[in-house]
Design a protein around this ligand. Structure first.
Ligand SMILES: NC(=O)c1ccc[n+]([C@@H]2O[C@H](COP(=O)([O-])OP(=O)(O)OC[C@H]3O[C@@H](n4cnc5c(N)ncnc54)[C@H](O)[C@@H]3O)[C@@H](O)[C@H]2O)c1
Ligand SMILES: [Zn+2]
Length: 538
């Protein structure tokens, strides 16, 4: 009351290019009566009801500067609406200055008393906490210069806006964390996906062996350890956990029993018991090996996956296949063993070499191509963002991939049939990997090329059209994957595909498309297979 809200409000509205509305004027316009008259005839309670109604309507408008009567805050609903819908500026005035400004104003029904000072002091005591409750800005109106007061409001509003935007962004970052549940009865577990998850030390702690005191053995490799080991181990140690770091040499060639034995050596040497949780920190090699170690150490200890490659985040960390290689075959020794949780921090992909990122995208494309046509469309539209490591695009691609894979695994955990569709592109891909010697092409690169070949074979069998093959080829290329197959010699090619472990009873079973977005398991006449090989090698 008497703080100058009409003058300041008008000027503020002009500066902001908005219209100015005074709720008292609005009430007078609607009732055709002056405020003192309404007070006199209807009483304060009735006036407050009219005021609350006007505020409810006006606060719903956007782009206005609204001045309310000094008593508007008395109504809790009005208070809530003002706080929620607007930026509330409390123009604070001292009792003295209000007295000065209202001395000769007969339009202030509440001040028509014998002792206006006393009345003002009472009003202030009653209303001040309510103003403060909803005020975004508190502006002292003692200064004579209205211009500078308006400028102060504008400056503080801008600062407030920036702070709000920052907060909203922060909230978004925090919320940009998706949790999926892999539904496998009592072996169900969450997959948490988001940027910066490793910064939240408590997240991992929540998924570590229930009993409390258990040790944590973190298995990683010489490449990943300098990047992320301390980030994971630090908070665990800080919360009183004993952490056993186990750092293996890096490479698929070390996914063998010697490395497995190094893990067991370290676990035993550090007296790790059955309450110890194994944490796999790294790509698919570390994940597969650590999972297998966890499945057999003391007949099984809990384990958590922290995948740090895109391939591991979209594929190998989900589904519970664990194992190591044997000199006579890849992934030949292993077990089905589910983790307690998968924590996929997309920020770890920042340090991933581009080739590895592309290799991971191959499995993402695979999930769309065999099981989700709309997702395939989405990947086509967003492949640029994915290659550029756009955090949001990656998080979505990972989440959708995990969903698709988890759904397949839920329906066929131990690869009775359906799960085999996840091998789309892999029969050709495995032949490339084996034919060139493992390590020449990355697995995902071989799968990328293999998918183009499988699509081509699908077309030759009349299952898809030429346009679908072209789409797969372009998408693989856009993802940075090779699409021209290595020339191993046609006979060698067929030989390699025949030994692929997914074959049963002689004929090679291919996972093909019928149409793009759904799988079809088929064998293929030799001449069509030869035609595909010749066309792919070019
Ligand atoms: N279990 C399954 O269902 C399943 C599925 C697909 C693949 N796999 C297995 O996964 C393995 C391939 O996994 P991969 O592609 O993750 O390979 P990988 O584990 O060898 O990792 C690739 C390379 O990236 C490095 N690296 C990992 N994280 C990094 C990071 N954040 N920054 C920088 N460098 C990083 C690794 O040290 C390695 O040099 C194969 O052994 C394959 O058999 C398993
Ligand atoms: Zn694969």
């Amino acid at each position: 009351m008497g703080a100058g809200k009409t003058t300041i409000g008008r000027m503020l509205a002009r500066r902001l290019g908005r219209s100015f509305i005074d709720s008292d004027h609005e009430i007078e316009a609607r009732t055709g009566a002056s405020i003192p008259w309404i007070f006199e005839i209807e009483g304060e309670a009735s006036f407050r009801r009219r005021e609350a109604e006007v505020i409810r309507e006006l606060s719903a408008q956007r782009g206005i500067v609204l001045a309310t009567g000094g008593g508007a805050v008395l109504d809790p609903a009005s208070r809530a609406l003002l706080a929620e819908r607007g930026t509330v500026v409390y123009l604070r005035a001292t009792v003295n200055s209000i007295l000065q400004r209202t001395a000769h104003d007969r339009n202030r029904p509440l001040l028509q008393t014998a002792d206006p000072r006393r009345k003002l002091e009472d009003l202030t005591a009653q209303r001040e906490p309510l103003y403060r409750e909803i005020a975004d800005l508190v502006i002292d109106t003692g200064r004579p210069n209205v211009q500078s007061m308006v400028q102060t409001i504008l400056d503080q509003m801008a600062a407030l806006e920036t702070a709000r935007a920052r907060k909203a962004k922060h909230r978004m970052n925090e919320q940009a964390c998706t949790t999926l549940n892999v539904d496998l009865g009592d072996r169900s577990y969450p997959i948490v996906i988001g940027r910066g998850l490793l910064d939240d030390g408590a997240l991992l702690e929540r998924h570590i062996g229930s009993g409390g005191g258990g040790k944590v053995a973190i298995v990683t490799n010489t490449t990943v350890a300098p990047l992320y080991l301390e980030k994971v181990a630090g908070p665990l140690r800080a919360s009183g956990r004993e952490v056993v770091p186990i750092v293996l040499p890096d490479g698929e060639e070390y996914k063998n029993w010697q490395s497995l034995n190094l893990v067991f050596d370290a676990l035993l040497a550090n007296k790790c018991d059955r309450k110890t949780t194994l944490v796999a920190l790294g790509g698919g090699v570390i994940g597969d090996l650590t999972g297998f170690a966890a499945s057999s150490y003391m007949r099984g200890v809990p384990f958590v996956q922290i995948p740090t490659t895109l391939l591991a985040q979209v594929d190998s960390s989900v589904g519970g296949k664990t194992g190591i290689n044997h000199p006579l075959g890849k992934n030949m020794i292993g077990a089905f063993y589910q983790p307690r949780a998968v924590i996929a921090d997309t920020a770890t992909l920042d340090t991933l070499p581009a080739r590895e990122l592309s290799a991971g995208l191959a499995e993402v494309i695979k999930h769309g191509a065999i099981l989700d046509a709309p997702f395939f469309d989405w990947i086509e539209q967003n492949v640029g963002a994915l290659v550029a490591r756009d955090a949001e695009a990656l998080a979505y691609a990972i989440a959708r991939s995990c969903e698709i894979k988890a759904d397949v695994v839920k329906r066929d955990e131990r690869e009775g049939g359906l799960r085999a569709v996840l091998n789309f592109g892999h029969t050709f891909g495995h032949a490339i990997e084996a034919g060139l010697g493992y390590g020449d092409w990355l697995h995902g690169e071989a799968v990328g090329c293999g998918m183009v070949m499988a699509a081509d074979l699908s077309r030759r069998l009349g299952l898809v059209d030429e346009a679908s093959v072209a789409r797969i080829r372009s998408l693989a290329e856009a993802a940075g994957l090779p699409v021209v197959a290595p020339d191993l010699g046609v006979e060698r090619w067929i030989e390699l595909m025949e030994v692929d472990k997914k074959n049963e009873g002689g004929a090679i079973r291919f996972i093909l498309l019928k149409p793009l977005g759904s799988p079809s398991v088929n064998s293929a006449p030799r001449e069509l297979l030869l035609a595909t090989l010749e066309a792919s090698i070019r």
